[in-house]
Ligand binder design. Structure first.
Ligand SMILES: C[S@@+](CC[C@H](N)C(=O)[O-])C[C@H]1O[C@@H](n2cnc3c(N)ncnc32)[C@H](O)[C@@H]1O
Ligand code: SF4
Length: 409
């Protein structure tokens, strides 16, 4: 998704936004009505789901983490909750309400706690938005994917563009903050068709948009079709041109990219995802969820614990019912892995990795933590900037981040 050519977007440091890392909670709902052919997320189709049983299990795992964190090195204030999937808009609103309620009882929460839920834009799910808002959700992220019926059919989606627009109308009525996702660089897409679709998307007036280049992931139906020659993805050149067009168009309308694929009006960034990219701490509850938690280490330092829950829904459920949680791994990251993650996350952001984050995660300034000989050619070549604020990519660097990271880490 990051191989596109440089955009002429400004290289000045990004506009100020609330600084610092937060503390987030991710809750994973692993079920969908159908498996989309491009998707490799931990999402599964089941004939029947015992919602009450899943509610009990998710609450139990939440309680498990709440008990563990109480012993943590510092008092924490929760800044965001994110219901991701799968399709969390298929959860019983009662389950969502119970999880939010338990979360608020378990942690001190920021006054402006952001509670996002990912939703599919079908009429059934949009019909639940009022109840989800009443449950405490204050931000939705809708997987619109395309505003073109033929493209939606290719993507295997179960909604039309008109249905997606209707869902956006309902979202607007119930949530103060809403965003939607589109996938571009689809087979056969040209600059002209993407530009027209992007304009239709911008006309919806969202303050946040996630615009992803289609990736052909291993073990998906699209991967099989691609191998058989039945699906021809956009060429690298077309994908790069569409990326550039996207950056230019969104900067022009006041929705610059704050992360490679995420655009927002200043102040409307997704705080939960911003915290990931800033390498802040977060808990992961539910099948396959990951977490990162800072704990006291040796000699006054800290360690970063990486947690991962059982991935398969039934294995997760069985483990939680047996032991109260389904933690598969919980281990400290080696210092090199911690530095690599800090860079892989932070260099996706326009603001980059701050000096504060370098000191927090490595105990050192970037000049000491990093191999400056390796970095120097990319600084001189205009792909990276290292200054008083920290280390960041330029627009040109961000557009080829995968290759850049491979060479500097
Ligand atoms: C967890 S998924 C989807 C959430 C929700 N179930 C839905 O489909 O709307 C989050 C987003 O990742 C994006 N995505 C998933 N697979 C992708 C792929 N192979 N290439 C590009 N974007 C992808 C989609 O835009 C999707 O909305
Ligand atoms: S894209 Fe969304 S609805 Fe489709 S399979 Fe993935 S998680 Fe489920």
């Amino acid at each position: 998704m990051t191989t596109a050519a440089a955009s002429p977007a400004a290289e000045t440091p990004p506009a100020a936004r609330p600084a610092g890392a937060g503390f987030g909670l991710y809750l994973h709902w692993p079920f969908c009505l159908a498996k989309c052919p491009y998707c490799d997320f931990n999402s599964h189709v089941r004939d029947a789901i015992d919602q009450a049983r899943w509610r009990r299990a998710l609450l139990a795992e939440l309680d498990h983490y709440a008990a563990g964190i109480a012993d943590g090195p510092e008092e924490r204030t929760l800044t965001s909750v994110f219901f991701g999937g799968g399709t969390p808009s298929l959860m019983d609103p009662e389950t969502v309400a119970a999880l939010i309620d338990r979360t608020k009882r378990s942690w001190r929460c920021a006054a402006d706690l952001e509670i996002t839920l990912e939703a599919n834009p079908t009429s059934v799910e949009a019909g639940r938005f009022a109840e989800l808002a009443a449950a405490g959700v204050n931000r939705v992220s809708l997987g619109v994917q395309a505003l073109d019926d033929a493209a939606l059919a290719v993507l295997g989606r179960r909604h039309s563009a008109a249905e997606a627009r209707a869902a956006l109308d309902i979202a607007r009525r119930h949530f103060a903050r809403w965003s939607f996702d589109l996938i571009y660089a689809r087979p056969g897409q040209s600059r002209a068709t993407w530009r027209a679709e992007l304009d239709r998307a911008l006309a919806e007036g969202a303050a946040h948009l996630s615009l992803y280049q289609l990736t052909i992931e291993p073990d998906t139906a699209f991967h099989g079709a691609w191998r058989r020659g039945e699906l021809v993805p956009a060429s690298d050149g077309t994908a790069a041109a569409l990326y550039e067009l996207t950056q230019d168009r969104l900067v022009a309308v006041g929705l610059p990219a704050y992360e490679i694929s995420n655009h927002a009006r200043p102040g409307q960034e997704c705080r939960h995802n911003l915290n990931y990219w800033r390498y802040g701490d977060y808990l992961g509850v539910g099948p396959g969820a990951h977490g990162r938690l800072t704990a006291a280490g040796a000699n006054g330092g800290t360690v970063k614990l990486a947690t991962r829950q059982h991935r398969a829904p039934e294995a997760w459920l069985a483990a939680v019912e047996r032991t109260g949680h389904a933690t598969r791994t919980r281990e400290p990251l080696a210092p090199e892995a911690r530095l690599a993650e800090l860079m892989m996350m932070g260099l996706r952001l326009d603001e980059g990795v701050s000096r504060t984050a370098f000191r927090r995660e490595t105990g050192e300034e970037p000049e000491c933590a990093l191999d400056m000989e390796r970095l120097r050619p990319f600084i001189d070549g205009g792909l990276l900037v290292l200054d008083a604020a920290g280390l960041r990519t330029t627009a040109a660097g961000r557009s080829r981040l995968d290759g850049l990271l491979a060479r500097i880490l």
